[in-house]
Ligand binder design. Structure first.
Ligand code: PSU
Ligand code: MN
Length: 307
């Protein structure tokens, strides 16, 4: 048995990879735990369509009945979205259990990167990554996404990270582990719902081709790990910092009183922020994911064109 004995690459994805055509990986925790039904399913299908419209093949990743899947059917996406938080959130730690038990699980950024790398996919688009949580100096809550970025060769296009996290500590952690944070057409680290945070990115790059060239150089030198490509939310969909900050502060306070910790923390905070800001944050969330799908497709296309 090899690692590939556990992996099913969707025929369309396999054909694209064999022909060196662009493929963009997409995660499934954003579907089950990141947005409410039915907007989660609608968004997942729209994101796939957006990747296609920009010249790449989408590969939504999950574990279905114990099989690692690179590329899902619309029915499988519907099932994950409808099940919501009833479906397990699977990160690196959880993968062998989900597989050995033949269960279904939604993959986080970390586990999506692992499965994408197994399939030979180099570019992955999502909403936001996990990071160092506020108060991590006592809770030790640091997302496994950051360690994955340090070791698995996949570029993650995101809108930065939500300020449910400590953005400064997240950047320090990534620096320690040699993970570059690239700002697409910006010097500032975007904070998901807003285009800017008080922090600078490591490198600003303005064209998808420049990003592809840096990825190529990194991996050609056998430097392990991935890269964060931080793509600010389009200005017309950005939220007022005061509104979003108030919702985040309240969600954090509630998590504290209710004693929410560990892998339940991020889904709890995401759902509360969504509820507290009503439809506004969801509409912004959907638009930033579509925006990342477009940039992911453009980077994947450029990467395939490199010699
Ligand atoms: N941040 C978001 N939306 C998300 C997530 C994070 O803005 O959907 C999800 C991603 O799947 C990410 C995971 O990989 O939460 C991180 O969870 P944890 O902090 O438990 O590692
Ligand atoms: Mn955590």
């Amino acid at each position: 048995m090899t690692q590939h004995s556990y992996l099913d690459v969707h025929p369309e994805v396999a054909a694209a990879l064999a022909a060196h055509r662009p493929v963009v990986a997409l995660e499934s925790t954003i579907i089950s735990h990141g947005m409410p039904y039915p907007q989660n399913v609608e968004t997942a299908l729209r994101v796939e369509a957006e990747v296609r419209a920009h010249g790449a093949v989408p590969a939504t990743i999950a574990i279905i009945d114990g099989r690692l899947k690179a590329g899902l059917s619309p029915e499988q996406i519907e099932h994950l979205g409808r099940s919501g938080r009833d479906v397990a959130k699977v990160s690196r730690r959880d993968m062998p259990f989900t597989v050995a038990r033949g269960e279904t699980g939604a993959t986080t950024v970390a586990s999506t990167m692992i499965i994408a790398a197994m399939a030979g996919i180099r570019v992955f688009a999502t909403g936001g990554i996990g990071g160092v949580h506020r108060g991590a100096e006592t809770s030790f809550d640091v997302s496994a996404d950051l360690q994955e970025l340090a070791q698995t060769p996949v570029a993650v296009v995101c809108a930065g990270a939500k300020s449910i996290l400590d953005l400064g500590l997240t950047l320090e952690y990534l620096e320690t582990h040699g993970v570059p944070v690239v700002g697409y057409q910006t010097e500032k680290l975007p904070a998901f719902f807003t285009r800017e945070s008080p922090f600078n990115v490591d490198y600003r790059l303005d064209a998808p081709g420049e990003i592809a060239a840096v990825l190529k150089a990194k991996w050609a030198m056998a430097l392990k790990g991935g890269m964060v490509i931080a793509n600010p939310i389009p200005p017309q969909y950005a939220m007022a910092p005061a509104a979003i900050d108030a919702a985040i502060e309240q969600a954090l306070a509630e998590a504290q009183t209710q004693g929410i910790s560990g892998k339940a923390s991020t889904p709890f905070l995401l759902a509360r922020v969504c509820e507290l800001t009503g439809g506004d944050s969801l509409a912004s969330n959907i638009q930033l994911v579509l925006n990342n799908a477009r940039l992911g497709a453009a980077i994947a296309r450029e990467y395939c064109m490199l010699p």
